[in-house]
Design a protein around this ligand. Structure first.
Ligand code: F3S
Length: 65
């Protein structure tokens, strides 16, 4: 699974990097980022889905590879 944030949708609510700081980060203006290659390890899937469901802008996409 891979995580992606759509920068067109992200409004910087910050729930992603608060709920899943090991998967998401923030830029200088508080918008969400996906550090590294965005690969979600099996043990992180639950947290990744939690972050996705808590993003008010539906900006987080989790794709199966
Ligand atoms: Fe942006 Fe949603 Fe995170 S609006 S900062 S992707 S919670």
């Amino acid at each position: 699974m891979k995580a992606h944030i759509d920068p067109q949708r992200c409004q910087g609510h910050g729930r992603c990097y608060t709920l899943a700081p090991d998967l998401f980060g923030e830029d200088d203006e508080g918008y969400g980022t996906v550090p590294g290659d965005g690969v979600v390890q099996p043990a992180q899937v639950h947290t990744a889905r939690l972050a996705r469901s808590n993003c008010p802008e539906s900006a987080i996409d989790l794709s199966e590879e």
